[in-house]
Write a protein that binds this ligand. Structure first.
Ligand SMILES: [Zn+2]
Length: 104
């Protein structure tokens, strides 16, 4: 029996020179700004998510990892990106080989 698991590929300790402190991985709550279908493997289950904060810059960074192919993206809210601000992808990790079918 094989179930999708969270592989602990390291998250970046800093992005754009901002040191980050990551909280443990969790399953994603439903959040409208996070795409739910994996763009790489079309896995439509809940992704794993982790949040980071920094002691040097206000803000919140969100990592989202597909539990099948482990593709990971980190987005952050950038107030300066537009009048209302927007979420910007600032880091990503490519998908890993995965097994689409598990035979007993
Ligand atoms: Zn995936």
């Amino acid at each position: 029996m094989s179930q999708p698991t969270i592989v602990p590929v390291a998250l970046p300790n800093e992005i754009d020179g901002v040191p980050l402190s990551w909280e443990p991985w969790d399953l994603a709550p439903i959040m409208s700004h996070i795409p739910y279908d994996c763009e790489h493997c079309a896995f439509d289950g809940e992704p794993a998510t982790a949040l980071a904060t920094s002691t040097e810059q206000r803000g919140r960074w969100t990592a989202v990892r597909c539990r099948r192919c482990q593709a990971t993206t980190v987005t952050t809210f950038q107030p300066e990106a537009g009048r209302l601000g927007r979420y910007v992808r600032v880091w990503s990790a490519p998908p890993q080989p995965w097994t689409a079918e598990v035979s007993a």
